[in-house]
Ligand binder design. Sequence first.
Ligand code: ZN
Length: 238
Amino acid sequence: MIKVTVWNEFEHEKIDETVKKMYPNGIHSVIADFLKCDDIQVRTATLDDEEYGLTEEVLADTDVLIWWGHMAHHKVPDEIAWRVRDAVLKGMGFIGLHSAHHSKPFRFLMGTSCNLSWREDGDMERIWTINPAHPIAQGIGRYFELEHEETYAEPFRIPEPDEVIFMGWYEGGEVFRSGCTYHRENGRIFYFQPGHETFGAFYNPNVQTIIRNAVRWAKPVIRLEELECPHIKKIGTE
Ligand code: ZN
């Protein structure tokens, strides 16, 4: 079983009527529901939980952490974000969704501003599969469309990705690297752009398939207990 923790700040859903209607039990519940299957076990965590839902115990028991945040990035203390980063370096998978591009754990892992250009006009987005042989693209056609999505546009200030799997194109003509992978030490990272809180991307079957594929791709290969920088002895002199 792959153990997934879906972390959501869970703020918009409590204060904004449109978002409440779109995701009445929170974005995390919808993601948890479509992910649960024979080989994936899911728990959810939010800002309101003990240690922001990200205790050492939770992270040690998480194979892949999925992150959705937007208006409350600053409410996650640096110390907790470094803890998440370290868990990734030790081998935990990390999937950053949509506005998680500005979350502290993602920025700490990337080392850049992760800024992008954006507008919220509800344009149609066409997402092109540009790396069809990648495990995360399996079951996805040449392209699919989201009727409405927030426009995220290049330049996206990320380090050069290991792989770009999806490219987004919007009615207004902008393009964006919508699905990118990274390795950071032992951990695998996938960033995926759809998922604005008012537009319902998480109900789209293609989006669901991609996130499910990404969980299976990002599961740990090895998992260190500690990050170490050990002193060693020359072979033959131990
Ligand atoms: Zn958004």
